[in-house]
Design a protein around this ligand. Structure first.
Ligand SMILES: Nc1ncnc2c1ncn2[C@@H]1O[C@H](COP(=O)(O)OP(=O)(O)OP(=O)(O)O)[C@@H](O)[C@H]1O
Ligand SMILES: [Mg+2]
Length: 430
């Protein structure tokens, strides 16, 4: 019978020895390595790929929580049991977010230790069985969960609205934040706002949510990333929406692949009725990946020639990508004087009608941004706030699921739709 392999991580040699003794009489448990700090633990876990890592929290060099986070990435099949003298809720919560499966408060008995190891191993067994072999072998570069349809194959339920502008500073983030809140106000549905402006995202600042988790915490989780973990990594906002912030520093954006963005967005659609994604103004892999899943693309533009020109180019790209033009909504922002190019002129030039116009109101917008209180909450009586509410109503009308009558040929319809909507990247490269 194969034994449960265990790696012991603790900075105190006597503790490591005691743990070894506690497990000495367990016939089906084998200690395959020890480590004295987080870094050693990561190295050992990568090399030995044990079933279980017994991890101390407080260690010099690298603590057990940071090490666990990394281990879930380099050795996705390892399962971590956290050990600490502290049993405070915060330690427990942080351990769970780092990927730990159980938490033992020192001192514990050999029975407690053994039953935790068996229980956690058992939990892993069903997960291992559910995972395709290719994704289990880290040497093949497989990251469990990434790029796969979530277990159970449940189709995504929520609608993904991608807010994009091919020009910077047009008001994407302001629109995304206000619209997410307006949609919640109008519908009381579950709304997620996700900041896909990975390098310099500012949704957290606009909503005054600094210091919370970010998208970077959701990557590299493999199939551990489920609805509960996703929700735990999102910040609740006073408006009632939940927010997934962009990584706290630009260099962390590199660690987030477009495949992982897709997995996270797909999961979000299962958890929320509407997912609003803010983006940067660059058509990068992340934006393309999100566009591949998007139900509607909200293009934010301003009444200026460069913005109109860039939007025109975007329409051409969207067509090349086979993104349906009737799923694109134009929002004309910062509309000011009578001298401006009119919405109908812009609509004619783009051969697409403008869904909504938002007036230029720098004073109110600045106040909202600096207070960290979006305009629809802090200044709800302004015309601009009413305009956001109106857009929310329009989008709800467009996106409300209509009752579907049973039809004779659902398989063919589904097939045609899938063929049309799969693989934006491939279509762009054609
Ligand atoms: N309707 C408006 N009236 C006046 N100012 C606005 C309006 N909409 C947005 N702004 C302001 O324009 C600036 C840019 O807005 P925002 O950050 O939302 O744009 P963005 O397209 O997300 O920019 P970036 O390209 O930097 O991500 C901000 O100072 C914002 O307050
Ligand atoms: Mg922005």
């Amino acid at each position: 019978m194969a034994k449960i392999t265990v790696l012991i991580v603790d900075d105190i040699p006597e503790t490591r020895e005691n743990l070894r003794k506690l497990l000495y009489f367990e016939p089906d448990i084998e200690i395959v390595g020890t480590a004295a700090n987080g870094r050693e633990a990561i190295d050992q876990a990568r090399k030995v790929q044990p079933n279980i890592v017994l991890m101390d929290i407080n260690m010099p060099d690298m603590d057990g929580i940071s090490a666990s986070q990394e281990i879930t990435r380099v050795a996705p099949m390892c399962q971590v049991i956290m050990m600490s003298v502290q049993s405070e809720a915060d330690y427990l919560r942080r351990s769970m977010l780092a990927g730990a499966m159980d938490f033992l408060t020192k001192p514990f008995t050999s029975e407690e230790l053994s039953s935790s190891i068996h229980r956690v191993f058992q939990m892993g067994a069903s997960r291992r069985a559910a995972m395709p072999a290719a994704t289990l072998d880290p040497s093949l570069g497989g990251v469990p969960g990434v790029g796969q349809v979530p277990a159970g194959g449940a189709p995504p339920q929520g609608k993904l609205l991608l807010v994009f502008s091919p020009k910077g500073g047009t008001g994407c983030s302001s629109v995304a934040a206000n619209l997410a809140i307006a949609l919640h106000k109008a519908s009381s549905r579950k709304i997620a706002l996700v900041d896909l402006s990975l390098q310099f995202g500012d949704i957290d600042a606009i909503l005054n949510l600094q210091g919370h988790h970010s998208l970077a915490d959701a990557v590299g989780r493999g199939d551990e990333l489920d609805g509960d973990l996703l929700n735990a990594l999102m910040s609740p906002h006073a408006s009632g929406i939940k927010v997934m912030a962009a990584p706290p520093s630009p260099e962390m954006a590199e660690s987030i692949s477009s495949e992982e963005v897709k997995v996270i967005l797909s999961l979000m659609r299962q958890e929320f009725d509407f997912v609003i994604a803010d983006t940067c103004s660059y058509l990068d892999d992340t934006v393309l990946a999100a566009m591949d899943l998007a139900d509607r693309l909200l293009l934010v533009m301003v009444p200026e020639i460069p913005s109109i020109k860039a939007t025109k180019q975007l329409f051409e790209i969207a067509e090349a990508l086979e993104f349906p033009s009737d799923h694109i909504d134009l929002i004309l922002n910062k509309v000011a004087t009578r001298d401006d190019i009119r919405a109908d002129q812009i609509g004619n030039s783009l051969r697409h009608s403008i869904l909504a116009q938002l007036e230029l109101d720098p004073r109110s917008m600045r106040l909202a941004t600096n207070q960290g209180l979006p305009l629809v909450m802090g200044q709800p009586n302004l015309p601009l706030a009413a305009a956001f509410a109106e857009i929310a109503q329009q989008l709800l009308a467009l996106l409300e699921p209509k009752p579907v009558a049973p039809v004779e040929e659902p398989a063919e319809v589904g097939k045609a739709e899938r063929t049309k909507r799969v693989g934006l990247f491939g279509r762009l490269k054609k």
